[in-house]
Design a protein around this ligand. Structure first.
Ligand SMILES: [Zn+2]
Length: 288
């Protein structure tokens, strides 16, 4: 497992590069005002927003204000053996609590993927200051530390599970994943063993997408409709494979979205282990 973990972190570091470069590609600016749908000052004929029920075009989806989405991995205190690069992916417990408290004190409301999907595709309303909190890689501390902290504020999260790790030491087991789902959080797919999506071929589609979906549906008793790319990496050629399998949306890191398929290239930023609550607050406003 140590080897897998090290491999994850080393390639995840590439994701961080992508994350930083993505900031230069900022598409919209965000103010403190809330995300709202069609305003009452425009008549339906003048409105460019899609009417509820009608699917928006990709251009309309691209034009909507992006909802901030945060990506977490491990929530634990640093060890002397943690590398400098790894610490980006390890948010210490006290810091995590401060960050979540900052979000609550700032008036953010967590939303789940269906709400985001409905907002993007039909213009459905969202709560004021919406934000999505996502957790990748099945780490046990997401269940023991993060989920209870979110619960304090009535927050819900999205857990992107790689199915190979279920039940292994330091990872969540089936019962814990089921409990998160039962408590109103969303469980979603993060492949079988964290292979690079850009390299999928032949049987990989079955191993990395179909089987994990089936396994997670058996565990949760719910349909699995959302996906996160390992390391945030994706390519245009692979996107039809996600559509074919009925995924409604997929999440990357902070690269520019694909204008021809914005639902399959939704952006997220990493909440870094080095960030203060203030830095996080600024990053949320500057990155989306
Ligand atoms: Zn991952």
């Amino acid at each position: 497992m140590t080897n897998l973990f090290t491999a994850l972190l080393s390639v995840c570091a590439m994701g961080m590069v992508a994350c930083n470069s993505g900031k230069a590609n900022k598409i919209t600016t965000i103010t403190d005002s809330t995300v709202t749908t069609t305003t009452s000052t425009t008549t339906p004929a003048e409105s460019t927003a899609a009417k509820p029920g009608k699917m928006a075009s990709n251009a309309e989806i691209m034009a909507r204000r992006q909802v901030p989405i945060l990506c977490y991995h491990q929530i634990r205190d640093w060890k002397p053996t943690d590398s400098k690069g790894a610490k980006d992916y390890i948010v210490q417990i006290a810091a995590f609590k401060e960050h979540i408290k900052m979000l609550a004190d700032s008036g953010y409301h967590t939303i789940l993927p269906d709400q985001l999907y409905n907002y993007l595709t039909t213009g459905a309303a969202l709560p004021s200051k919406p934000i999505m909190l996502t957790f990748d890689d099945t780490d046990l501390d997401q269940f023991t530390i993060a989920a209870p902290e979110l619960k304090k504020y009535g927050y819900k999260g999205v857990y992107f599970v790689m199915t190979v790790s279920i039940g292994r030491p330091h990872y969540m087991n089936k019962e814990q994943i089921k409990q998160l789902s039962d408590e109103g959080n969303v469980v979603a797919s993060h492949t079988w063993d964290h292979h690079n999506f850009k390299k999928f071929q032949g049987k990989d589609w079955e191993t990395q997408l179909d089987k994990p979906t089936k396994k997670l549906e058996e565990i949760t008793g719910k349909k699995i409709e959302y996906f996160a790319y390992p390391f945030g990496l994706w390519n245009e050629q692979g996107l039809p494979e996600l559509h074919k399998r009925g995924f409604k949306a997929a999440f990357q890191l902070a690269e520019k979205r694909d204008a021809n398929d914005p639902l399959m290239t939704i952006r997220r930023i990493l909440d870094s282990g080095y960030w203060s609550a203030k830095t996080l607050s600024n990053s949320i406003r500057n990155s989306f």
